[in-house]
Design a protein around this ligand. Structure first.
Ligand code: SF4
Ligand code: SF4
Length: 127
């Protein structure tokens, strides 16, 4: 009998839970989801991979090309890499990547930025 008021109010009030997966809550705007790299802006400095607490990023350089690899199954979505990127080419979507059954690594390649030409010493003025 003590629970009767609660039972009656629950019959007429809005449900406190959602019928997932038929009703999915919209993500919060600041939610940290899927990691995205705008590879054309990446300078392959390796800052993201050095700071990643999960060690799921690898940045390598060979010749004029750079490679950025993400082991996304190991990524915890902390956003440390996004904060450490000096050119802001990393971002996170508010939603998560779709569930997958095959373990994959995301591999992106791009051109390394050109090094500025070395300054040549000015010739001493003739006297
Ligand atoms: S920190 Fe940014 S610029 Fe540097 S390698 Fe990572 S994604 Fe590229
Ligand atoms: S979001 Fe965190 S765990 Fe994922 S790659 Fe970036 S630093 Fe690593």
């Amino acid at each position: 009998m003590k629970m009767l008021p609660t039972v009656i109010s629950n019959l007429f009030n809005k449900a406190a839970t959602r019928n997932y997966p038929f009703f999915v809550r919209d993500p919060f705007v600041t939610a940290r989801g899927e990691l995205i790299n705008d590879i054309d802006r990446c300078i392959f400095c390796g800052s993201c991979s050095r700071k990643c607490p999960s060690q799921c990023l690898e940045v390598t350089k060979e010749g004029t090309m750079g490679t950025w690899k993400l082991e996304f199954f190991a990524c915890v979505g902390c956003g440390v890499c996004v904060d450490s990127c000096p050119v802001n080419c990393l971002s996170q979507k508010p939603t998560h990547r779709a569930v997958a059954v095959v373990r994959e690594t995301i591999v992106m390649t791009g051109k390394l930025p050109e090094k500025p030409a070395k300054k040549t010493a000015a010739a001493p003025a003739e006297q």
